[in-house]
Design a protein around this ligand. Structure first.
Ligand code: GLY
Ligand code: MN
Ligand code: MN
Length: 452
């Protein structure tokens, strides 16, 4: 087979340019102390039942540094190593395995396609890796996340310890790899933003479809199906997290994923769903009336949440700190609860005593990236992190009135509302990646009025 043909038949290349993965490794290597080594395993497959596995999802740190999607692989970074600093252990090509499960990359192609310095069969890792660790003072690793890998690492280290009398030097320090790596992941590159924008657009269209097809008598899962079908048809086969589709008071259960109930006229439905594209997450929530028209009480609460979300988004710009959007949202929500009579008292004091918490018990957002609740510190040196261009996060305030809350008028009970968008911090301020989905009462009602 010609080289060109062989290349074409390999698994699809990552959409982030391959040189960017090399650049990320170089950055991480530059931050490592001399005489150290970083060791990172691929995600382990997870059994769903008997001999069936969940669809494989590569570990986010691993994919960030390699773009390599296969299981049974280990990335090793050794700063200053003469014969190459980036080394991959991966499965060898295997016609029998590939007959059943599809193509493997193999160590030879891995070097070329993923711009690594060296690659070895994973079957040889016990033989080769102790030699790479030996003599290095510090090991960077993600201990505590994968028991099997932790044990394996200790076995390699013990192998070196057993040879100290022959002059072997086992490592003296084990340091969390995540610290530096997760700081890199927090700042999205232009290529990452491109993928995230596309993921956000696909999810936005999916939410519009759900609004357009919703009607009383459908089930929550019908809307979930619309969302998933649209994302899949755009090439985003997996959701970034299980979709929440909560009709009526199911919207008050924050992590509701049962999605089996019938949708009733007069209720709202809350959909929190976002696709994953090339491993990058999107995360959108919209809440809208099942029959296409908000009731007065629903509209009143909805507009408080929308105003809180807009206030939080308005605080999203460089130099603001991480907690500013949350503080803005809490202020508007608390004021709104007082104005509507769900809380009484002085707004500042109600904020101080967190009196809003029975109605708003979560925070206003989280970092977004390869993981839906992405990595990165929220506080640095005890202070809230200052927002910088390239950071992406969600803004998702809500109000949830328990159906059993008899401290409020009956008309509010069982209403759950959340509005969530994905926001990129830019040099000038911000870009809302998910702005395509309507969120004002009039826009939603107009869209739903036009549905079949
Ligand atoms: N969908 C998960 C979240 O909004 O945090
Ligand atoms: Mn969400
Ligand atoms: Mn979220």
């Amino acid at each position: 087979m010609s080289v060109a043909k062989a290349k074409k038949a390999r698994p699809e290349a990552p959409k982030i340019p391959v040189a960017e993965f090399r650049k990320r490794r170089e950055k991480l290597l530059a931050g490592m102390v001399p005489n150290s080594i970083a060791i990172l395993p691929a995600a382990s497959p997870v059994r769903r039942n008997r001999d069936t596995e969940y669809p494989y999802r590569q570990d986010s740190d691993f994919v960030y540094l390699t773009g390599f999607g296969e299981a049974e692989a280990i990335l090793v970074l050794v700063p200053g190593r003469e014969h190459g600093e980036s080394i991959l252990f991966c499965r060898e090509r295997d016609p029998e395995y590939e007959q059943w499960n599809g193509r493997l990359v193999g160590p030879e192609a891995a070097v070329e396609d993923y711009l690594l310095d060296d690659a070895f069969p994973i079957a040889d890792v016990d033989e080769i890796l102790p030699g790479l660790i030996e003599g290095r003072q510090r090991v960077y690793t993600s201990m505590g996340l994968d028991e099997k890998f932790d044990r394996q690492l200790m076995e390699w280290v013990n192998q070196i310890r057993s040879k100290v009398r022959s002059g072997a030097h086992p490592p003296g320090e084990f340091v969390a790899l995540q610290h530096g790596l997760h700081d890199l992941r927090l700042y999205k590159s232009a290529a990452e933003v491109k993928v995230m924008r596309r993921a956000a657009r696909i999810s936005a269209e999916a939410h519009i479809r759900a609004m357009q097809t919703c009607k009383p008598g459908l089930h929550e899962y019908d809307l979930e199906a619309e969302i998933q079908a649209h994302c899949m048809r755009q090439g985003a086969r997996f959701q970034a997290y299980p979709a929440i589709v909560g009709g009526g008071s199911n919207a008050c259960i924050l992590h509701y994923i049962d999605n089996m109930a019938k949708l009733k006229s007069g209720d709202l439905v809350l959909i929190d769903a976002g696709c994953e594209l090339d491993h990058y997450a999107s995360d959108i929530t919209r809440t809208f009336p099942v029959n296409g028209r908000f009731s007065k009480a629903q509209q009143a609460l909805y507009e408080v949440v929308l105003a809180a979300q807009e206030a939080a988004i308005a605080e999203s710009r460089p130099e603001q700190h991480w907690n500013h959007p949350h503080e803005a949202a809490v202020t508007v929500l608390t004021q709104g609860l007082v104005d509507l009579g769900l809380l009484s008292g002085e707004v500042n004091e109600l904020i101080e005593t967190q009196a809003y918490r029975p109605f708003y018990m979560h925070r206003t957002g989280h970092w977004l990236g390869l993981d839906v609740h992405d990595v990165g510190e929220y506080k640095v040196g005890g202070e809230w992190r200052v927002l910088e261009p390239g950071m992406v996060y969600t803004v998702e305030p809500g109000l949830y009135v328990s159906p059993d809350d008899d401290s409020v008028a009956a008309k509010w009970r069982g209403i759950g509302i959340r509005i969530e968008d994905d926001v990129l911090i830019t040099a000038k301020g911000h870009e809302v990646l998910t702005a395509d989905v309507p969120k004002s009462v009039s826009e939603i009602e107009a869209l739903m009025a036009g549905r079949q």
